[in-house]
Design a protein around this ligand. Structure first.
Ligand SMILES: Cc1cc2nc3c(=O)[nH]c(=O)nc-3n(C[C@H](O)[C@H](O)[C@H](O)COP(=O)(O)OP(=O)(O)OC[C@H]3O[C@@H](n4cnc5c(N)ncnc54)[C@H](O)[C@@H]3O)c2cc1C
Length: 340
């Protein structure tokens, strides 16, 4: 195990913000993960598991503990029939796996094209976009229980998936290290298109639903327009993607005409609409951070931005939405190294 000290974390995040890790270690096997966890226990250090850093806000003071950077790689195809099972190691880049599946003609994750980060993180917040969520295709999550050191498997039902949530993000946050995720895809299947904007694009461009490459290209094109595909040449992509989740409320605020969509426990409101109508426009600037000029939901680092500035901006937006609409909007990224 090669232990490093005082490693700057900003370069490991897509928003490019965050102080150093007191200790830092890379693990490319289950034994190395165990070794790192044992070391942290023996040295009374807290542990943070780092994936691709695309859903994190790390404090300017960094993380006073051990950051465990997962580097487990490999994809195994377990079943060759109509529904192939792909067991994907935690550190496989998500979008490369999506591209691989699409190129093989395997349907089920095509609308999740262009999402940064690693596959092991996808069950954590039940990654979703354009009407599709990983919970629709995940059949098994293999994880190491940090409390016992044992490897355990969760079926889909045991993951307690919800909108941007799972047992790994909520009920048992920080208990498991996801080692691999197994997806059940459909060979020769058609794309699942439920999102009106994507449907329109597909219709306008004459893309057939069983043309998974065409559907992937459509998703990437729509996402690029919104600065939602990482691109070093596009400063609007120096972000965590959507910073706020769409709030789910029992019913829309009375007397205000706003977009709302049916959700299991009430109605889902549009966080982007609420933010815009609370006075924060695309391109809003707050010091060295701000809102993307292409997407109201994305907080960006304009260069030299700090976590304190992001926290201030988040507070300003939340307050304005609360005062104007009486609705609470919550951040989607995980905050690391802040006082509880
Ligand atoms: C431009 C952009 C667009 C985005 N678009 C979308 C989108 O459309 N839909 C969407 O859902 N998200 C989106 N995201 C958010 C993000 O990409 C996803 O949440 C992604 O799954 C995070 O993966 P990661 O590897 O970067 O995780 P990290 O940011 O490194 O970690 C996120 C959390 O998961 C935990 N974690 C990571 N890996 C593991 C593991 N193996 N075991 C246990 N815990 C782990 C971390 O401890 C942390 O709590 C976007 C982000 C960006 C920057």
């Amino acid at each position: 195990m090669r232990l490093e000290e005082n490693v700057p974390l900003a370069p490991f995040t897509t928003i490019g913000i965050g102080g150093p890790a007191r200790f830092f270690v890379r693990a490319s096997s289950v034994d190395e993960v165990r070794e790192a966890l044992d070391w942290a226990r023996a040295n009374e250090q807290r542990v943070f598991v780092l994936g691709g850093g695309s859903n994190l806000l790390i404090s300017d003071d960094g993380f006073d503990g051990l950051v465990l950077r997962l580097e487990l790689r490999g994809i195994t195809i377990e079943n060759g029939d109509e529904y192939p099972l792909a067991k994907v190691a935690a550190a496989e880049p998500w979008d490369a796996f999506v591209s691989n599946a699409v190129n093989r003609g395997w349907a089920g994750i095509e609308c999740l094209s262009g999402i940064p980060g690693l596959t092991g993180a996808t069950p954590i917040q039940n990654v979703g976009a354009y009407g599709q969520e990983v919970s629709e295709t995940i059949v098994r999550v293999e994880a190491l229980d940090r409390t016992t050191g044992l490897v355990t498997w969760f079926t889909n039902g045991e993951c307690a998936f919800g909108y941007r949530s799972s047992r790994f993000k909520n009920q048992e946050r920080d208990r498991y290290v996801v080692l691999s995720v197994t997806f059940r895809l459909q060979r020769g299947g058609a794309a699942t298109v439920r999102y009106p904007e994507l449907q329109r694009y597909i219709d306008e461009n004459g893309i057939a639903l069983d043309d998974l490459r065409g559907v992937r290209a459509a998703v990437l094109s729509i996402r690029k327009r919104k600065g939602m595909v990482l691109d070093p040449a596009d400063p609007d992509t120096r972000s965590d993607g959507s910073f706020f989740m769409n709030p789910i409320v029992p019913s829309p605020p009375p007397g205000i005409d706003m977009p709302h969509f049916p959700a299991p426990d009430g109605v889902k409101l549009s966080a982007a609409w609420l933010i815009e109508h609370a006075g924060f426009h695309k391109g809003f600037v707050h010091g060295n951070v701000g809102l993307s000029s292409k997407h109201t939901l994305a907080i960006i680092n304009r260069g030299g931005g700090t976590a304190s500035e992001v926290v201030e901006l988040v507070g300003m937006i939340q307050r304005a939405v609360r005062e104007k609409f009486g609705v609470e909007i919550l951040p989607e990224p995980i905050f690391i190294g802040f006082a509880a």
